[in-house]
Ligand binder design. Structure first.
Ligand code: KG4
Ligand code: ZN
Length: 385
């Protein structure tokens, strides 16, 4: 079964195509996975939804062409249909995308695809709608069924991508605890099986990735902040200069599974305002290392407590922040400390951040939840359950 997937929940335009084989023990052949990251947001130090929506409108058709070409599914053919009324209606709020789409549909044949999967939430609503409407237009024009995918679930299920292919690879055993840490979300989720989720706790204000981004902005480092802070911190640890400032670890000792990161950001702001300009240059790497460690400490403490309290057999990480090497290393140490009872699953770094492939994998596991494109809606606040 060939699945075409679309991801536009934030500032990455992602389209992937996979071929799946087997049913009980599926294997996934990745035919293409194209991600176009919008660099325009670097100038502003954060994502403005209206701007991101415009970029998705520009990117979707070129990314689709790349994905089809890479998968060897792009065939030239003069379309027999000249009536695009339906598509005009579906894309009435995305005029720029509509124009590009018509040119595309007139030029290329319907590809050999069995299912379209698309992220319909949670995320930035204007961005989600572009992807959803694009998927609806393709589904209606090509007459291919569609399945909506939850963004958080796809960050979890991407961990199932390589499992059958690798000999001796441990399967994910349940119950599992998933930590999804991204720019928009920080959630600890109890996973009792694929499709069986319960949110145990989440951030009450900023997400962990948002905290990385906002701290990086305060420190004058650019966007997205996570990778920049992580690189600086790595250099600092290598040089191992003593750094005396200790930032708070908000909510680290509370008995729930919730988080709060906005106080950490404020502490960084005040500390940085007090730092003399001359000390900023030499101090920024140390500050980056301390920000990163403060975030890691809280994430590890709460997550490992959930692993213990729910007798989890697997710990699954996902979301952009799980690309962080130091976070991965420290989680691995903690899990290895538990012996063979718990196994850690982490996506490859480029599959931790937003991509189309995770939506394809999640689409496969939700293939029985196909709906008519007419019923598909985006929901920025969608909850995993
Ligand atoms: O999952 P994602 O790509 O998009 C959302 O769903 O939000 O996550 C993006 C977030 C950003 O906040 C970015 O700074 C953070 O993930 N991030 C990182 C790293 N790479 C990306 N944070 C820490 N360390 C990294 N290496
Ligand atoms: Zn994400």
């Amino acid at each position: 079964m060939k699945i075409l997937s679309i991801e536009t929940s934030c500032d990455d335009t992602g389209i992937a195509i996979i071929d799946t084989k087997g049913n009980k023990n599926p294997s996934f052949d990745v035919l293409s996975n194209i991600v176009s990251s919008q660099t325009i947001h670097q100038k502003y130090g954060g994502v403005y939804p209206a701007m991101a929506k415009r970029e998705h409108q520009r990117n979707l058709v070129p990314v689709l062409i790349d994905a089809l070409k890479k998968a060897k599914l792009l065939t030239l053919e003069q379309a027999q249909i000249s009536d695009f009324k339906n598509i005009e209606k579906i894309l009435e709020r995305e005029p720029e995308l509509y124009k590009k789409m018509i040119t595309f549909l007139k030029k290329y044949a319907k590809p050999d695809i069995d299912l379209i999967s698309v992220t319909n939430g949670p995320g930035l609503e204007p961005c989600l709608w572009v992807g959803v409407n694009f998927a609806k237009a393709l589904s209606s024009f090509w007459n291919i069924p569609i399945v909506p995918v939850n963004h958080i679930e796809s960050h979890i299920l991407v961990n199932l991508l390589d499992l059958p292919a690798q000999a001796g690879n441990p399967k994910i055993k349940f119950p599992a605890i998933a930590l999804v840490v991204s720019g928009g979300h920080t959630q600890i989720i109890l996973v009792n099986g694929i499709g069986k989720y319960k949110i145990l706790g989440e951030t009450r204000d900023d997400a962990a990735g948002e905290c990385f981004d906002k701290c990086a902005k305060i420190l004058g480092l650019g966007y997205p902040g996570g990778p920049i802070i992580s690189k600086l911190a790595e250099g600092y640890t290598l040089n191992a200069k003593p750094y005396t400032l200790k930032l708070p670890r908000p909510m680290i000792s509370t008995k729930d599974y919730d988080f709060s990161f906005s106080g950490l950001k404020t502490a960084v702001l005040y500390a940085w305002q007090k730092t003399p300009a001359s000390a900023k240059i030499s101090g920024v790497a140390g500050m980056a290392a301390e920000v990163q460690q403060a975030i890691i400490d809280v994430l590890i403490k709460k997550t490992m407590r959930a692993v213990k309290n729910f007798n989890a057999k697997s710990l699954i990480l996902g979301g952009g922040v799980s690309a962080n090497q130091e976070l991965r290393k420290q989680f691995l140490n903690r899990v290895q400390g538990l012996g063979s009872r718990v196994k850690l699953f982490v996506p490859k770094p480029d599959l931790s951040t937003d991509n189309g492939l995770m939506v394809a994998v999640a689409g496969y596991f939700n293939k029985n939840k196909k709906i008519s494109w007419k019923k598909l809606v985006a929901d920025g606040n969608l909850r995993i359950k």
